[in-house]
Write a new protein. Structure first.
Length: 376
C-alpha cells in the first residue's frame, strides 16, 4: 500500500504517532509531509497554501490512501490540488478545537473550529484518539451549527458520528521494557509531572497542591519535566524558587530531558505521575509513565476515566483551582500513607494501548477505508 501522511502541525505527540505508524507498517510505502509546530493560526490556515504550491508534485504522485491530522486544512487542500479528492482519506484527530481552552488574553476565533468541521466533512473516515475527544467534537459541532443564522444543513452531526471512530495513539512496545528502579523508602513519595510547560496544563494547580502536601509533613522527591517554549508561565520559576528555599532536598529533576534514555530511566524510578491539565485528549505523557510503572494521579474529568479506574482519579473541580488542588493534595497524602504501610498497589495495566495490541485495528482501518472508497 502506498500511503501519503500529512502532519500540518507536527507537535511532539503528532510526531510520536506518525513515527510509530511508519515504523510498525514498514511493509507499506510511506510519503510523509510535515510542517513545524509554530505560528499556530497561520499554520492551520496556511498549510493548504504552503503544500499546494510547494509540494504539488509530491501530492499528485498517486496514493492508495491519505492520512491527515486534524490540523490539515483538508477541504482547502483538496480544492487546490483536486487529485487529492480521488484518494481515500482518514482524518486523525489528536485534539479538537471545540474543547481546547484559551487564556483570557486570547481571542477565541471560530475559524479553527470551522477548519476542524470542514476537514472532517472532507474525509472518508474521522478517527479520534479517545471517546472524550470524539464526544466533545460532536457536541461542539452541534453547538456551533446552532449559532449560525441560516442555511445550515440538517444532519451534519449524525453524518460525522456515522463516519467517525475511536482508535488511540499506540504506545511503543519499548515503553513496556522497563527495569524497576524505584526507591523503596516508605517515607518518601517520588513524583513526576511530565507535561508541556504551558498554561493549559495548569501548573498553578500542581504548585498549590504540592505546597499543601509538603506543608503536611510529607517528604517528596519531585521531578518537573517536559517540553518548553519561548514563553514559560512564571509559576514554574516561582515553584522552583519556593522549593529551593523551603524544601531544598525535594527536587530530583527540573527541566526538559534531552535524552530519551534519561527520561525513561527517571520514569522507571518514580512512584507517581501527575496530571493537572485543563485539557488532555488522550494523555500520552501519563500513559507512557504508567506503562513504565508510575501510578497515575489524574483529575476525574477529560479522557482519564477511559484508561484508569476510580482509584487513580482525584476529585475534579474545573472551575475552582483551590478545591481541585486540595483534592490532589489529599490524594497524594493518602498514597504516602499507603506506601508507608506497605499497601502500595502500583500502576494499572495499559498494555491494551500498546502498538502490538492495536496494530490489527490500524490495519483494519486502513483496509476498510480503501475498500469502501473504491465502492463509492
Amino acid at each position: 500500500m502506498n500511503i501519503l501522511l500529512l502532519s500540518a502541525y507536527d507537535a511532539q505527540s503528532h510526531r510520536y504517532w506518525r513515527e510509530c505508524l511508519v515504523s510498525t507498517f514498514d511493509c507499506f510505502e510511506w510519503t510523509v509531509l510535515t510542517l513545524p509546530p509554530r505560528y499556530f493560526n497561520w499554520r492551520i490556515r496556511g498549510n493548504s497554501l504552503s503544500w499546494a504550491y510547494q509540494q504539488r508534485e509530491v501530492l499528485e504522485r498517486g496514493y492508495d490512501l491519505c492520512i491527515a491530522t486534524s490540523m490539515v486544512d483538508l477541504s482547502a487542500l483538496r480544492g487546490l490540488v483536486p487529485v487529492l479528492g480521488d484518494y481515500p482519506t482518514i482524518l486523525y484527530c489528536h485534539e479538537n478545537q471545540f474543547a481546547y481552552p484559551v487564556t483570557e488574553q486570547q481571542y477565541k476565533s471560530v475559524e479553527p473550529q470551522m477548519l476542524n468541521l470542514y476537514s472532517a466533512l472532507a474525509a472518508d473516515k474521522v478517527v479520534f484518539n479517545s471517546t472524550y475527544n470524539r464526544s466533545t467534537f460532536l457536541q461542539g459541532v452541534d453547538a456551533l451549527l446552532a449559532k449560525l443564522p441560516d442555511q445550515v444543513p440538517k444532519g451534519i452531526k449524525a453524518l460525522l458520528a456515522d463516519k467517525s471512530t475511536v482508535l488511540p495513539v499506540p504506545l511503543s512496545d519499548k515503553n513496556f521494557n522497563q527495569v524497576n528502579s524505584r526507591d523503596d523508602n516508605p517515607k518518601v513519595l517520588s513524583i513526576v509531572w511530565n507535561h508541556r510547560w504551558e498554561y493549559d496544563k495548569a501548573p498553578e494547580r500542581l504548585f498549590s497542591a504540592l505546597k499543601i502536601v509538603v506543608g503536611s509533613g510529607v517528604k517528596i522527591a519531585l521531578s518537573v519535566i517536559g517540553q518548553q517554549f519561548r514563553s514559560i508561565p512564571p509559576v514554574f520559576n516561582e515553584m522552583k524558587t519556593y522549593f529551593d528555599a523551603e524544601y531544598p532536598e525535594s527536587i530530583k529533576c527540573w527541566g526538559f530531558l534531552e535524552q530519551i534514555e534519561s527520561y525513561h530511566q527517571l520514569l522507571n524510578g518514580t512512584d507517581v505521575v501527575i496530571s493537572t491539565a485543563l485539557h488532555d485528549f488522550q494523555g500520552l505523557a501519563v500513559l507512557e509513565a504508567a506503562a513504565r510503572g508510575c501510578r497515575p494521579v489524574v483529575p476525574a474529568r477529560l479522557c482519564y476515566g477511559e484508561w484508569f479506574a476510580d482509584e487513580y482519579l482525584y476529585e475534579s473541580h474545573i472551575d475552582s483551582p483551590e478545591l481541585e488542588a486540595q483534592a490532589l493534595a489529599d490524594h497524594l497524602i493518602g498514597l504516602t500513607q499507603l506506601k508507608s504501610s506497605g499497601q502500595w498497589s502500583g500502576a494499572p495495566d495499559v498494555a491494551g494501548l500498546s502498538i502490538s495490541h492495536l496494530v490489527g485495528d490500524y490495519q483494519q482501518l486502513f483496509e476498510k477505508t480503501v475498500s469502501e472508497h473504491s465502492q463509492c
